[in-house]
Design a protein around this ligand. Structure first.
Ligand code: ATP
Ligand code: MG
Length: 145
């Protein structure tokens, strides 16, 4: 295990579209200022944004924790919410339970989870219906694409 260089924890408010995306925006600024390479930065921000939006769209509340080491970025997103009854289905491109209102906001393409998978080196989801969902993503800082 390489040493932890930075750990930041943020609260995410379910249903609050006014502040949605602010946390991933802040993570982008922090990591860019630290000089993380552009490819890794883009991957981290995609995963953080999609995970943040899923908490805003589907859960009551949640937390996003950013952990940086010299080798990788880890994102942990824990929420209290409905959980995901069928994970395999949820990961299919285009599958969504988003409301018409969310679609009017420009969300609900069913691309969040597939994009999180594509942009992380390891993605683990634990979910319990009626309780909530936990997302663990690892993005390596060397050699990809
Ligand atoms: N944290 C979560 N809690 C409960 N359900 C979730 C959560 N994240 C995803 N889901 C379920 O999985 C489905 C697919 O999620 P995904 O992020 O791939 O697409 P989306 O959120 O519907 O649309 P998009 O991300 O393109 O705006 C969601 O519609 C929802 O039913
Ligand atoms: Mg989504």
């Amino acid at each position: 295990m390489s040493a932890e260089l930075l750990r930041e924890c943020y609260e995410i408010q379910g249903g609050n579209f006014d502040t949605a995306g602010e946390i991933s925006g802040e993570i982008k600024t922090i990591l860019r200022d630290l000089g993380i390479d552009a490819v890794s930065l883009r991957r981290v921000v995609v995963v953080a944004f999609e995970a943040e939006m899923n908490v805003v769209m589907y859960a009551r509340r949640g937390t996003l924790t950013l952990i940086l080491t010299d080798e990788e970025v880890n994102l942990e997103i824990l929420d209290e919410g409905p959980g995901i009854p069928d994970l395999e289905l949820a990961f299919q491109e285009g599958f969504t339970t988003a409301s018409d209102e969310m679609r009017e906001f420009g969300f609900g393409f069913g691309m969040g989870l597939p994009n999180m998978k594509k942009n992380s080196d390891e993605l683990k989801i634990e979910t319990e219906v009626g309780k909530g969902t936990s997302v663990f993503a690892r993005i390596r800082l060397d050699a990809h694409e």
